[in-house]
Design a protein around this ligand. Structure first.
Ligand code: SF4
Length: 362
């Protein structure tokens, strides 16, 4: 039977270079006849330079590269689709083994800096789950519920594939899934991203719908990322509809958990607010939101909705976005309007089969 090549998908049980920690990788390399330092060379090539195949790691002996390609895949996913929009935003569709011969797919988006000459590096938007159990009605990701959590190495793999496209400056964990419902795996992956890929805590944003108890458990550990909480409305009844998994969790409790987060970490929370025309973009909404967040150590990101075909929700007009923004500003709330990039490749906010993507400030 053919052995898997380095760019072939591994079966769920097959260890990959990325599923082994540094010690286990060294042992595996030695078992395959390599020197211990070869493991370090390979790991660095993958994590720091985005090598996706052993053939790219020319500092390893040729015979060893062949052995590794047969015996230890680097990745467990297959790239099944790649789209690029006019602004060079790239969306990858990755298929991970799901078991029983079936695939589990997630999307990853690589957004280059606006100024092509910039040395800042791209922003990478990664996913934490296959499907999403939160089921926000304006987001295509949650339509079919949760399929499964991604393993730590599967989250890490998205960073490596992003790095293979181009230098990474920052990352947003805003793709498919609710990060706090797969936190242990996310946290392990982010440790490697910090320590071995060199993306610092200020350059990583994790976006959640804000489970207060989970936030209170995590905050004292001083996690190395910025926190964004998707609020979407200041009215309890409406939040129960827009963020169904949070039904019964009071908005005030979420905001207080955000305050506690600042107390523990010293980092301000960003509240995300997807503006849906005729739903949550009224003057009354803006005024009530200002009342809720003014005086707190936080800021607000206003994200004009991008229509997803079947959702029935609409994009707000520029006028209503400006009005909403102005009301917040008048009341002393720091707010930014972010328009999505990558629309033509369906890689913009709410179009990833997903929700929030990093967007260009207007
Ligand atoms: S918006 Fe986020 S939390 Fe809501 S269903 Fe989509 S991926 Fe899940």
């Amino acid at each position: 039977m053919d052995q898997p090549q380095s760019n072939d998908p591994a079966t769920p049980q097959t260890p990959t270079l990325l599923s082994l920690d540094a010690n286990a990788l060294r042992e595996r390399f030695v078992a395959l006849g390599a020197k211990p330092f070869h493991a370090k060379i390979a790991r660095e090539a993958v994590l720091q330079r985005g090598a996706l195949e052993y053939a790219q790691i020319t500092s390893l002996p040729a015979a060893l590269r062949d052995t590794l390609a047969r015996e230890l895949p680097i990745l467990s996913s297959r790239e099944t689709d790649r789209r690029q929009s006019r602004d060079a935003t790239t969306k990858l569709l990755l298929a991970f083994p799901r078991g029983a011969g079936r695939d589990a797919t997630v999307e990853v988006v690589h957004i280059p800096p606006k100024d092509r000459e910039s040395r800042k590096g791209a922003t990478l938007c990664v996913s934490t789950q296959v499907g999403c159990p939160v089921a926000c009605p304006f987001c295509a990701s949650g339509r079919n519920g949760l399929v499964r959590n991604l393993e730590a190495h599967e989250i890490l793999e998205q960073f490596v594939r992003g790095r293979a496209i181009g230098e990474l400056g920052r990352s947003v964990v805003m793709g498919i899934g609710e990060p706090l419902l797969n936190y242990a795996n996310l946290s392990s992956a982010l440790d490697v991203v910090h320590d071995e890929m060199g993306i610092g805590a200020r350059k990583i944003t994790v976006s959640t719908v804000g489970f207060p108890e989970r936030l209170r458990r995590i905050a004292p550990t001083k996690p190395r990322f910025q926190l964004a909480i998707s609020l979407h409305t200041p009215f309890q009844e409406q939040r129960d509809v827009l963020v169904p998994a949070m039904k019964g969790v009071s908005i005030e409790d979420v905001l207080e958990a955000g305050d506690d987060w600042f107390e523990h970490t010293g980092r301000e929370v960003t509240y995300e607010y997807v503006l849906l025309s005729g739903e949550n973009d009224s003057v009354e909404h803006a005024e009530r939101l200002a009342l809720r967040v003014a005086g707190r150590r936080c800021s607000v990101n206003l994200i004009p909705f991008n229509p997803v075909d079947e959702s029935g929700y609409r994009r707000p007009t520029q006028l209503s976005v400006d009005r909403f923004h102005a009301i917040l500003a008048e009341r002393g709330v720091v707010a930014t309007v972010r328009w999505s990039r990558g629309m033509e490749g369906d890689a913009a906010c709410g179009q990833l089969r997903v929700r929030a993507l990093p967007q260009r400030a207007s």
